[in-house]
Design a protein around this ligand. Structure first.
Ligand code: M6R
Length: 610
């Protein structure tokens, strides 16, 4: 949520900030703004809407400023207006600030500041912080000390950047709960919410940790913690190529990311399959494998699509390892004082590694002494760094707000974790080798499904005006039904629900009529006949049926209005294949409705607020 960029060096800061904001736009896109130091003044320009609108405004002004900060907003407090857009000024306009996160005690602080005579021009929580910093400046403190003292009074989360005409040689950045990195350049330095905003300028980055405040100059940076103690920060090398974060000729990131899946899945498995031993090699959890295998219970916690991956993980782990598994929404888990024992293993799944609820759930679980594993995509993200051990999914940067390739890579990594634990327990060499054989065949099978793109696009044409959709599946395919429904609703704004197919007769069947399309996940598996009975029940009520079925299934054509035939695999890996047509179906319906699939309304890629 919200993207932050800052630049200090010898170049014109504005184009660098705008380019960075465009790369961060997936984090929020309801308004954008820049604050720059120009001729000993702080100037702020803000616009409602996307960064391109701000960019056009800025190109009309001749600017040469070598210090600046920029922000793209996902509104929390206050509507998406120019007044509420960041940066926010102090009253005498010597200082401006951008913020990602939520100041929870803002109304108490605001009352106090109003009493002191501060004037407010926005409805945001952020404006409180800039006045609070100003109040410490007015007491004669320097900028760094004022920021630090203000942050001590703040409850909630923040990633901030501050510039001031009184100390024009620096940007102050600070973090608690909202990600922030410093990009280290040659006589220039950068600040950003994530490294994708920096990689055209530098590959050297420093990840800030919670409660750290940094003074960033053009040729150095100094980090302290909030208690004013000096901290030595490590510089990391990042290896993201530019083509990984561009559309590469596709009309949308989402389509590119769907089409990339044979490669992203291969990358998730690369170097991790040992065929002769029928086992996976996962360096990140190697030292903990005995503790994991001996766990009395595994709890998986996540949000959204990652939670759906967790549900599939539950089926995999219980089938192959015999360890009881629970799957929890992170947002519920963190607040209900869950029973966690020292011999439990907790797996937190997050594409971004920054989701506020997942991170908070993880911190809560850590306090109770259980083993904490992270399954993340973004290298160096908060969840990855704060877990005891973990496995990166290596899907590559995912920019489209709707998660696609990260989901399939999460499933692959959960399969690899399952295989590793299962081989430590009872799974035979031959069974392990069979799983590996199937895993190796998955990228090719995904490729064959992607070749059905045109066929699926044609089906999508008939559903552009649908108001509701039902997705049904059993066993491993129940979470896929949930994921299919989520994909459709988030980018097409069509109401969709996923259900275990057998639950249909306990309620949802009342919705079925000729206007209700139902997507059935109907591969040839042990519950195929039962799914066919559910299809018959829908057909009897004139519901429209789209079936995702096995490629050798000839009977389904007589039952379904539309059938999409895909290759078969073992049960545990079926979700990886079955979700692909659902991703394409949602994508094409949304495109045909003329919607912005990469940046759907009200959403943001990385949900760093509660
Ligand atoms: O980065 P995370 O995996 O932690 O994100 C969790 C959810 O916010 C995310 O999966 C969300 O549901 C996506 N928009 C789904 O497409």
């Amino acid at each position: 949520m919200c993207g932050i960029v800052g630049y200090i060096g010898d170049k014109n800061s504005v184009p660098i900030i705008i380019e960075g904001l465009k790369r961060l736009e997936y984090r929020g896109y309801d308004s954008a703004g820049v604050g720059i130091l120009e001729n000993s003044h702080v100037n702020v320009v803000k616009k409602v809407g996307k960064v391109s609108i701000l960019e056009s405004e800025m190109t009309d002004r001749p600017i040469n400023s070598t210090v600046g900060i920029g922000h793209t907003r996902w509104a929390t407090h206050g509507a998406p207006t120019e007044e509420n857009a960041h940066p926010h000024f102090n009253n005498d306009k010597t200082l401006c600030l951008i913020h990602n996160g939520i100041i929870e005690n803002y109304s108490v602080l605001k009352k106090d500041l109003l009493k002191k005579g501060y004037e407010f021009y926005s409805e945001t929580d952020t404006e409180v912080l800039v006045h609070l910093i100003d109040s410490f400046l007015k007491k004669g403190n320097g900028l760094l000390k004022s920021v630090r003292k203000a942050l001590v009074e703040v409850e909630g989360t923040y990633g901030i950047a501050v510039i001031s005409s009184l100390e024009p040689d620096k940007i102050i950045a600070a973090r608690r709960g909202s990600p922030l990195v410093i990009g280290v350049g040659n006589n220039e330095n950068f600040i950003a919410s994530d490294v994708t905003a920096l990689i055209t300028h530098t590959s050297q980055v420093v990840y800030l940790d919670d409660n750290e405040v940094v003074e960033v100059y053009k040729d150095k940076f100094k980090a302290k913690n909030i208690k004013d103690e000096d901290i030595i920060k490590e510089v990391h090398e990042v290896t993201i190529a530019l083509d990984e974060i561009s559309k590469g000729g596709y009309p949308h990131f989402m389509l590119k990311e769907i089409m990339e899946q044979p490669e992203s899945i291969t990358n998730s498995m690369r170097g991790r399959l040992i065929q002769e031993d029928g086992i996976s090699r996962l360096g990140g959890i190697r030292n903990q494998i005995d503790r994991i295998a001996n766990s009395k219970r595994i709890i998986i916690s996540a949000c959204g699509t990652s939670w759906h991956a967790g549900l599939v993980g539950e089926y995999m782990l219980e089938q192959y390892t015999g360890i009881p598994v629970e799957v929890e929404y992170a947002s519920e888990f963190r607040y209900r004082n869950p029973v966690i024992n020292k011999d439990d293993t907790l797996i937190f799944i997050s594409q971004s590694g920054e989701t506020a609820d997942t991170l908070a759930a993880m911190k809560e679980a850590k306090k109770k002494g259980a083993l904490i594993l992270g399954v993340c995509n973004v290298v160096g993200s908060s969840i990855a760094r704060e877990s005891d051990a973990g496995v990166y999914i290596h899907a590559g940067p995912e920019i489209g707000v709707a998660s696609t390739k990260a989901f399939t890579s999460q499933l692959i990594v959960l399969a690899l974790i399952t295989l590793l634990i299962a081989r430590r327990k009872n799974l035979s060499l031959v069974d392990g080798q069979n799983i590996i054989k199937e895993l190796e065949s998955i990228p090719g099978k995904v490729q064959r499904i992607l070749e059905l793109n045109k066929e699926i696009e044609k089906i999508a044409e008939d559903f552009v005006d649908a108001k509701n959709f039902l997705y049904l599946g059993r066993g491993y395919n129940f979470p896929v039904a949930l994921e299919g429904a989520l994909k459709l609703k988030e980018i097409s704004y069509i109401h969709a629900e996923g259900y275990p197919a057998a639950e249909m007769k306990h309620g949802p069947i009342a919705l079925i009529d000729e206007n209700m399309p139902t997507v059935f996940l109907a591969p040839h598996d042990s519950v195929y006949d039962k799914i066919v009975s559910n299809i018959e029940e829908v057909k009897a009520r004139k519901g429209k049926i789209i079936a995702i079925a096995s490629e050798n299934d000839n009977t389904i054509d007589n039952l379904a209005d539309y059938s999409i035939k895909i290759p078969e695999t073992i049960r545990m890996l079926m979700p990886v294949l079955n979700v692909i047509p659902l991703q394409l179906l949602s994508y094409h319906i949304a495109v045909k409705k003329g919607l912005d699939v990469d940046q759907p309304r009200n959403l943001a890629k990385s949900v760093t607020v509660e």
